[in-house]
Ligand binder design. Structure first.
Ligand code: AMP
Length: 184
């Protein structure tokens, strides 16, 4: 299997949880830009330090920075099914992704939207306890999601790639809905 799929959804929609299940259950190689950025911060690199300033504000890290780390990560996963988690987050990133995949003779197969209303997001994230999960940052990240990431829904829909999943159900229900959608 040479699939490339991306998980799309607001902060707290359960992307991370579902990514873990897809990786363990369906053998995807997991590629989370948020995780790569947190690793870079932990390692104390210049890139990590710069990215951290955006992350702490709840802003998106600039597209060019993301393109650099994703291109490398994709190039090292030739022949492996890839699950993108938290990327692309802008239309520019989606175009960069197309280019990066094309370079490796690949293409995005599906964009899985985990659809969750804002009030459920706020409630869930308040229990997560991550450094960038303060109420202010969560509000900022939700605003960023609506402004910069939501346009991707129409973008993927127009390309016939969108699979819409009800993300308000429990994690098992979401996981099953995703598996069903991928099978169809
Ligand atoms: P996540 O773990 O996906 O929620 O990402 C945590 C933070 O990392 C986000 O709030 C952004 O600041 C940054 N980040 C992660 N992925 C991206 C991306 N694809 N584009 C821009 N910023 C990102």
């Amino acid at each position: 299997m040479d699939d490339v799929v991306t998980l799309l959804g607001p902060p707290g929609s359960g992307k991370g949880t579902q990514a873990e299940r897809l990786r363990d259950g369906l053998g995807f190689s997991w590629l989370s830009t948020g995780e790569l950025l947190r690793e870079a911060r932990g390692a104390g690199s210049e890139l990590g330090r710069r990215a951290g300033e955006y992350m702490d504000r709840g802003d998106l890290v600039p597209d060019a920075v993301i393109d650099g780390i994703v291109r490398e990560a994709i190039a090292s996963r030739d022949g492996e099914p890839i699950l993108l988690d938290g990327f692309p987050r802008t239309v520019t990133q989606a175009e960069d992704l197309d280019a990066a995949l094309q370079e490796r003779g690949r293409a995005l197969r599906h964009a899985i939207l985990i659809d969750v209303p804002d009030d459920v997001v706020a409630e869930r994230v308040s229990h997560r306890g991550r450094a960038d999960d303060s109420p202010e940052t969560v509000t900022a990240r939700l605003g960023v999601y609506h402004r910069q990431t939501e346009p991707l829904i129409a973008h993927f829909e127009a390309r016939g790639l969108l699979l819409r999943i009800d993300g308000a159900q429990d994690p098992d229900g979401v996981a099953e809905a995703i598996r069903d959608a991928l099978r169809r």
